[in-house]
Design a protein around this ligand. Structure first.
Ligand SMILES: [Zn+2]
Length: 385
């Protein structure tokens, strides 16, 4: 017990500092007196913490508003314009990186399309980060690298569990990047990250129960129930791509080891396996070419079936549908899926709203948000130590 004490004190100190920092971030401009009131910490502790944050140039003192009645307290704010984060979107076909400041302003963006398999994705990611680093106004103020990954991720361990498109299985991406750059690195699955952003302040903010489905090179999903993201025992909850939608002789073997999965008929990778490029496929569907129409019909059937079953099971208020396939077909796809759902879910679930984003968001920006969120996070989990 005795040996643990210094660690506990140090932890408590860091928890208090994070509490103060987070409050300045969320409630700033805020004075030292208000910080003491809101945290329950003593004036002296607040003064010590604020002095440290001022010294590290993490917070700034603003000019107090003048008043005839005595001295006004000095408001404090986070110095967001001089702290930076790098966000990387690791997609199957490209790597996109954004250099952001802590006021969410983008300073620079880089995108590298995959040319061949050699060195993809790690060597490409390193190229993108290296290029962004040249644009950081002050490298000592760069707080970390966040990554949005098209694949299954254990974000606590920083491991890409499985991504057939990226060629990763149990790959320790966080450790590799931290060793290379000496900065904190954070990873999350692309759809989970999108669902978190949209639930926090986007189109899903008004709903407590919702699903996000991304129809892209592969198919990914996220489920939010009672405002909580369901990750499941092995971080694979919400994997809509492996929902069974085909049975019997038509069922094709999937890379997951199963058969008849949605991803085998409704993903861009499944189109490619049948020799279709997305752009050509889109043109041929819009020209009503019979072969393309049949294929598009089976995609819609599969998506409609998988979603109808998920809606019946989870009774969400909203379903957000996004991804390159949705961007390519927009209303043609959404309206057809809506029709399938309306005709097959029980009356009790018919209130569900199917929504889509104007276009699939730039996930490198959300990935940089992982760094900012981590920077201001209060390490509550460590309290149990
Ligand atoms: Zn599968």
């Amino acid at each position: 017990m005795q040996a643990n004490k210094p660690t506990s004190n140090k932890l408590l100190k860091s928890i208090n500092q994070q509490k103060v920092l987070r409050l300045i971030f969320t409630d700033g401009p805020i004075s030292r007196v208000e910080l003491a009131e809101k945290t329950g910490l003593t004036q002296q502790t607040i003064t010590n913490i604020v002095n440290r944050l001022l010294q590290d140039r993490i917070v700034l003192e603003m000019t107090p508003t003048t008043s005839s009645v005595g001295r006004k307290p000095v408001p404090l704010i986070v110095d967001g314009s001089s702290m930076y984060a790098i966000g990387i979107e690791v997609a199957v076909q490209y790597i996109r990186g954004s250099l952001m400041d802590f006021q969410n302003k983008r300073i620079f963006e880089v995108k590298r399309e995959k040319i061949d398999r050699e060195g993809y994705p790690l060597a490409y990611m390193i190229q993108v980060v290296d290029e962004l680093l040249q644009h950081v106004p002050d490298q000592s103020r760069l707080q970390g690298i966040g990554c949005s990954i098209q694949g299954l991720v254990d974000s606590k361990q920083g491991i890409v569990l499985y991504s057939p498109g990226l060629g990763y299985r149990d790959f320790p991406l966080r450790d590799r990047l931290e060793e290379k750059y000496g900065l904190p690195v954070l990873l999350d699955n692309d759809v989970n990250l999108l669902a978190l952003v949209e639930n926090l302040n986007g189109r899903l903010a008004a709903s407590q129960n919702n699903m996000t489905l991304k129809l892209d090179y592969g198919i990914g999903g996220a489920i939010v129930a009672n405002n909580q993201l369901c990750s499941g025992a092995n971080h694979v909850a919400g994997e809509f791509g492996h929902y069974k939608v085909v049975v019997g002789e038509q069922a094709v073997k999937c890379h997951c080891g199963g058969k008849g999965c949605l991803t085998t008929i409704a993903s861009i990778s499944s189109l490619r396996r049948s020799g279709w490029k997305l752009d050509d496929f889109r043109t041929r569907v819009l020209e009503q070419e019979p072969e393309a129409i049949t294929r598009f019909g089976s995609m819609i059937d599969g998506i409609g079936l998988a979603l109808s079953n998920m809606i019946t099971m989870l009774n969400p208020e909203h379903v957000l549908v996004t991804g390159a396939l949705v961007d390519a077909f927009r209303d043609t796809l959404i309206d057809a899926v809506k029709e399938r759902i309306a005709s097959s879910v029980p009356d009790t679930c018919k209130g569900v709203q199917i929504i889509c984003l104007p276009e699939t968001p730039n996930e490198s920006i959300s990935a940089a948000g992982l760094v900012m969120n981590d920077f201001f996070e209060v390490p509550l989990e460590q309290l149990s130590l």
